[in-house]
Design a protein around this ligand. Structure first.
Ligand SMILES: [Zn+2]
Length: 688
């Protein structure tokens, strides 16, 4: 494939109903930003486009819950996300929004053209309608009992308990979340995209890279999991999909007879890429159509794996039906990033929120950029932990990169007062090896970025600093200075240039740090290829003072972040159990509840939770097994009076016969507490 004239790079439009977390960043934003920063250094014409996705039922639902308008919700999150992206150094050329007038016009224009040329099929169906709220109910507005797992909190599109995707008609006992009433079925019409008509060319486009009888991309370059997901969708049969919804918040359907209907959010959102390109182009004296309608442009969508079929199948169908648009050249979707052993979840508040990170770690964007790139889920799911964050920052950023740059600056100032010395003589083998390795690594960075292998690219960029460190360690200029000042000058000259090269190679990844190093070196930015072609720093150049690049992450910092997560989890799981079904008084009277004294206690071997207790019931002495070992030691309970159920049928627990049960309170966080009496109770007292 020949080199394109322009690049149009997009990141998934984040949904404006919650803040950004590190899983978002590692999925579709940091990788795109690295790619774009690299292209800019290569001198390419590139537009980096994103914006907030502000329509859809989840926004209106959230607004209702918080007693706000949808506009208030999206305004708040749009600003929060826009600022967090900017502060984190995600260098969008445009971050606009889908609730804008420009976007309404653009998406209506696309819909009208498709409607006029017969690209849609209008179908009438029965849908749930809330007679009190006087509106049709979007899937998310209906709750009921899941036919699969019987959870009574399933939504019309999905049961979050068992994960099954549902249609509203499958729910048992459906309820409207608007009024709480039982919805009725009512006829409504919608505009469907008959996707099956497009199967043949979609197969060629994704599988062979062909579009309109010519190669559109090299299919080998698409990630296997992206192609796999698309093909399994196509193989499963492409179902017609409604492109309109009965909702009050969204882009109104711009044709007659569509009152109260808006565009499906997954139709309108990707068109947001086009709108936002146009907004950017108009501000910058460019023509947006050059980026969207020219075969000499290359469109690349960075997204997470949950958006693959929308970007690889549905949006391309829309673009092709409209006509004139190029199709995505590549969609290098990432998999998911987990957090401390669990899926990141906005609704469960299990996340490292970007705006909180920026607050807690002021001026340390590059530390998180480095770690997220190092563990980016490029081919499979990955996991973020705070101890791993600490280790990577301390052992790699601080010990390898920070230490190398610092050593070179210290020696330059100590021996030459910061002015680069004249050099002479022939480089030794060690010097040549370092230079060769630095050059190789630098070129490998560019190749890996072009193939969307960002983890590999970052590792190669760090190899430049590693090569420099190795040269310093092998040649020990701080000793060599006394015996061979000529070689010392040559080595430090080379090391200083490797600092400049490392800063250049790392600048797409660590823009803040690279900027600090370049400022301290007192050099101007070079293009990517200039770094290969020539040395940056020559004899006579004077360098400045280097600030501290990386502070080490302390164990206390890690502990504080882990504690923050633990607290959230506790808040999450803290659900009070509902009251059980009523029993009659006779049933209660059958329970023999009494106060007993613990005489002896010991751990049950090979178990973590169990204690074997000998107790005095006042009538007899017995052995019981109790699951309290994680909460009480044997010493804690010996001699205590505790509440006991004495007539529970005996049962064997781990080979020990247990005759009765110690009663305990369990709080919502799962902590157990034995029950004692407020006044001194004697062994054998009964409980009534
Ligand atoms: Zn279920």
């Amino acid at each position: 494939m020949s080199e394109p004239k322009r690049y149009l790079v997009t990141s998934a439009l984040p949904y404006a109903n919650g803040p950004l977390h590190i899983g978002h960043i590692g999925g579709a934003y940091l990788n795109a930003d690295i790619y774009v920063r690299y292209l800019r250094m290569k001198g390419k014409d590139v537009a980096f486009i994103c914006g907030s996705d502000e329509h859809g039922a989840a926004i209106t639902l959230r607004a209702k819950k918080e007693g706000k308008t949808p506009r208030e919700i999206v305004d708040y999150y749009h600003e929060l996300m826009k600022k967090a992206f900017a502060d984190f150094g995600i260098s969008f050329d445009e971050y606009h929004r889908t609730s804008s007038d420009e976007h309404r016009e653009m998406s209506q224009e696309v819909f009208k053209k498709l409607e006029a040329q017969g690209s849609f099929e209008v179908e009438t169906s029965q849908q749930y309608y809330d007679e009190e709220a006087k509106q049709f109910l979007a899937d998310r507005y209906i709750t009921g009992t899941c036919p699969n797992c019987s959870s009574d909190k399933a939504y019309g599109d999905q049961c979050e308990k068992c994960g099954r995707s549902l249609s509203p008609l499958e729910l048992i006992d459906p309820k409207s979340t608007l009024s709480g009433s039982k919805p009725v079925l009512k006829e409504t019409s919608h505009w469907y995209l008959p996707m099956a008509h497009h199967e043949s060319w979609i197969r060629d486009y994704i599988g062979k890279g062909e579009y309109q009888d010519k190669p559109h991309h090299d299919p080998k370059e698409w990630k296997a999991h992206v192609v796999g997901q698309c093909m399994s969708w196509v193989d499963g049969g492409l179902q017609s999909r409604a492109m309109t919804r009965d909702l009050e918040w969204g882009v109104p359907v711009p044709v007659a007879g569509a009152d109260g209907k808006v565009l499906y959010v997954w139709l309108d959102a990707p068109i947001g890429y086009i709108t936002n390109t146009k907004v950017w182009a108009e501000k910058n004296g460019k023509n947006w159509e050059d980026y969207w309608k020219s075969d000499e442009s290359r469109l690349i969508h960075f997204i997470g794996k949950d958006n693959i079929v929308f970007h690889c199948i549905i949006f391309p169908i829309i673009l092709k039906e409209h006509g004139g648009f190029i199709l995505p050249y590549n969609v290098p979707a990432n998999e998911f990033m987990n957090l401390e052993g669990d899926k990141i979840s906005t609704s469960r508040n299990w996340a490292v929120w970007l705006h909180e990170y920026l607050e807690d770690f002021k001026g340390r964007q590059d530390e998180m950029r480095y770690v997220l790139c190092s563990i980016m889920p490029e081919q499979k799911d990955s996991e973020f932990t705070w101890t791993d964050f600490r280790d990577r920052v301390n052992n790699e950023l601080a010990d390898i990169l920070g230490n190398y740059v610092n050593r070179v600056f210290v020696l330059m100032h100590k021996y030459y007062s910061g002015t680069v010395p004249e050099i002479s003589g022939t480089p030794t083998e060690a010097e040549q090896a370092a230079a060769t390795e630095a050059r190789r690594a630098y070129e490998a960075v560019g190749k890996a970025i072009e193939q969307f292998k960002f983890r590999e690219a970052l590792a190669e960029a760090m190899n430049i600093a590693r090569a420099g460190n190795k040269l310093l360690t092998e040649t020990e200029p701080w000793k060599l200075m006394k015996t061979d000042p000529q070689a010392t000058a040559r080595i430090l000259y080379a090391c200083l240039n490797m600092v400049a090269d490392a800063a250049a190679a790392l600048s797409p990844f660590l823009p803040f740090t690279s900027g600090k190093i370049a400022d301290a070196l007192q050099i101007n930015p070079r293009t990517w290829d200039e770094v290969i072609q020539r040395e940056q720093i020559s004899s006579g150049h004077t360098i400045g003072q280097l600030p501290i690049l990386f502070e080490k992450i302390t164990d206390e910092t890690v502990a504080a972040q882990v504690e923050k997560l633990a607290q959230r989890q506790a808040e999450n799981t803290a659900t009070i159990e509902p009251i059980k079904d009523t029993i009659d008084f006779e049933t209660f009277q059958k329970l023999d509840l009494r106060i007993v004294k613990v005489l002896a206690a010991e751990a049950v071997p090979k178990t973590k939770k169990l204690l074997k207790l000998t107790i005095d019931t006042g009538v007899d002495k017995r052995t019981v097994v109790s699951g309290i070992a994680e909460h009480y030691t044997p010493e804690d309970v010996i001699g205590k009076h505790v509440l006991f159920l004495a007539n529970l049928a005996p049962r064997a627990i781990k080979g020990v016969e247990s005759a009765g049960m110690i009663l305990m309170a369990e709080n919502p966080q799962g902590q157990l507490s034995i029950l004692s009496t407020e006044r001194e109770a004697t062994t054998g007292s009964t409980v009534k």
